[in-house]
Design a protein around this ligand. Structure first.
Ligand code: ZN
Length: 537
């Protein structure tokens, strides 16, 4: 039985073929059969007890879920937003390491990878094996990186404390494939019902999500532990403690409005009185305390604006954000708020294909952020994107160079945009070594491998291009897809070796391809064996 992909499970009810419906129903039935099990009454171990599901088994389960998520159309590969979130994430990981919660063994064996989903609903979640999900909707509602850090620190702590292994073991002993299917089903169900705007559809999905999540929810004690340790991790990482308080306040506000539909995070993390009391004890936090304890930084406002636009808000919202930049009171706004407004306007105009309006807003944004190095860097990257969309790679190239006195931008987003510009200008050569070095250190960066493949194709080097495509497949755990590309590369060698064909063959590269193809074949077999075992189990 194949795992249900999110795309299939999330298809609108009216158009969903019967088979898919049957799959969802069977998942629902399964969870209802399992639901009556009073897990806690039957001896859920205390937080200090031994963990049953091994690290290796949890990682394999996580890999099988991640493999599906990488293929999901809502999986977002946005180097600019990734870069902003990853900087926060790396600080949290470093703090967890220092505090001893992230042990060397766990660090080595889990993925510690954060996947951003293009979804307007407010959600973040921990998955087995050190994978994490974060919706653009959650980034969009935060007012500071400290708030974002508080949510991520909480999710990180669920994994360092091995909470997932405990619920996987104690609730029921399902086969990994069934567990993966349940988790994917719950994720699909928690997505915002953007496809049709059909409220009934959203409610059906919500009901299924709740039924399935009963199996997958953490206990109250686990939530309190993740709150406590997550708070320690985020403050150790240098984030402002008020970030946690402000995030709680934001969620409390939403739960008072009963806005659980667009806040799946609240369904899995109900704000019960214990959590609120704990939080209040952690620092003097009053629910009626004035907002705005943290200043709105320009870089955060810009990235929250980007997350809003990437959440596919619809044409009307995009137009409204373009108009907001024309409002007269812009000069009275704080520098941070103004940067957010202008960023949303420029990026929205670009999505609407109104390049002149995008350029105008982006130029105002660059002017407005001139004295803030990080905000100015993000503004330049946005202008590069806009010029690429406008098929003006020369202008994009000029914007890639640092302005006088500024540090060169060594970020991943800059590198990947430079690769796009190099391809568009037909001058891939100078950028190939930089990207090759990048993937040599970060072989799991599928986006970088794809960019490198594009450059090799542009440089008329099909052999290296095809191998880079294969490596991109390996990076997203698609070993069967990788096998296909490695075979294509080996065929190319066979047909052109010894000057038999038009493609010159580098024998060193050809031998690397043979080695990598053999290594990949081992992975293909392992994966097939795992599926066979799961079917038997
Ligand atoms: Zn939690």
């Amino acid at each position: 039985m194949p795992l249900p992909s999110l795309r299939r499970a999330a298809a609108p009810a009216g158009r969903r073929p019967r088979l898919r419906q049957a799959l969802l129903v069977s998942l629902l039935a399964l969870s209802q059969v399992l639901a009556p099990t009073p897990a806690r009454a039957q001896g859920l171990p205390g937080l200090g007890d031994a963990v049953d599901m091994g690290v290796g088994a949890e990682r394999r389960l996580g890999d099988s879920i991640a493999r599906e998520l990488y293929r999901d159309p809502d999986y977002l590969e946005d180097p600019v937003l990734d870069g902003y979130v990853d900087a926060i994430w790396q600080k949290l990981l470093a703090a967890a390491r220092t505090r001893g919660e992230l042990t060397p063994e766990l660090e080595e064996r889990f993925a510690w990878e954060l996947m951003i989903g293009r979804d307007r609903s407010v959600n973040a979640f921990a998955l087995p094996g050190g994978y994490f999900g974060l919706h653009t909707g959650l980034i969009a509602i935060t007012g500071s990186r400290d708030e974002l850090a508080s949510v991520l620190g909480h999710e990180l702590s669920h994994v360092t404390q091995r909470h997932i292994a405990r619920i996987m073991t104690t609730q029921n002993r399902q086969t990994p494939m069934l567990l993966a299917a349940m988790i994917l089903g719950a994720l699909a169900a928690s997505k915002s019902g953007r496809s049709s705007g059909d409220l009934g559809q959203a409610m059906i999905m919500g009901g299924q999500a709740m039924a399935m999540q009963k199996q997958l929810d953490f206990s109250r004690d686990m939530e309190r532990e993740a709150d406590r340790i997550g708070y320690g991790v985020m403050t150790q990482a240098g984030f402002a403690p008020q970030g946690a308080a402000l995030m709680f306040e934001r969620l409390q506000h939403a739960s008072r409005l009963n806005d659980n539909g667009s806040y799946p995070y609240l369904r899995s993390h109900p704000l019960n009185s214990e959590r609120i009391t704990d939080m209040q004890a952690r620092f003097q936090f009053r629910a009626d305390a004035p907002r705005g304890g943290l200043p709105l930084r320009a870089d955060h406002a810009m990235m929250a604006a980007r997350a809003r636009v990437l959440g596919r808000p619809g044409v009307d919202a995009l137009r409204a954000w373009v108009r907001a930049a024309e409002a007269g009171d812009l000069a009275q706004q704080s520098a941070g708020a103004r940067a957010g407004t202008l960023y949303a306007a420029a990026f929205s105009a670009a999505q609407l294909n109104d390049l002149p309006a995008a350029r105008t807003a982006a130029a105002r944004l660059r002017e407005s952020t001139r004295d803030d190095a990080e905000a100015a860097r993000l503004a330049r990257l946005l202008s590069v994107e806009i010029e690429l969309m406008g098929r003006n790679p020369q202008a994009a190239q000029a914007l890639l160079a640092p302005p006088p006195g500024a540090e060169p931008d060594r970020s991943r987003a800059h590198l990947l945009l430079a690769a796009q510009v190099a391809q568009a200008t037909g001058q891939p050569g100078p950028l190939i070594p930089a990207l090759r070095d990048w993937v040599a250190v970060r072989p799991k960066d599928a986006t970088a491998w794809r960019a490198l493949a594009g450059l090799y194709h542009a440089a008329n080097d099909p052999l290296r291009a095809i191998r880079a495509e294969a490596e991109a497949n390996v990076a997203i755990l698609d070993y069967v897809g990788a096998r296909d590309r490695f075979k294509a590369a080996q065929d190319l060698v066979r047909n052109n070796a010894g000057g038999r064909g038009p493609v010159p063959i580098d024998h060193y590269e050809a031998s690397i391809i043979d080695t990598r193809a053999r290594e990949n074949e081992v992975k293909v077999k392992e994966q097939a064996e795992e599926l066979r075992q799961q079917e038997r189990g």
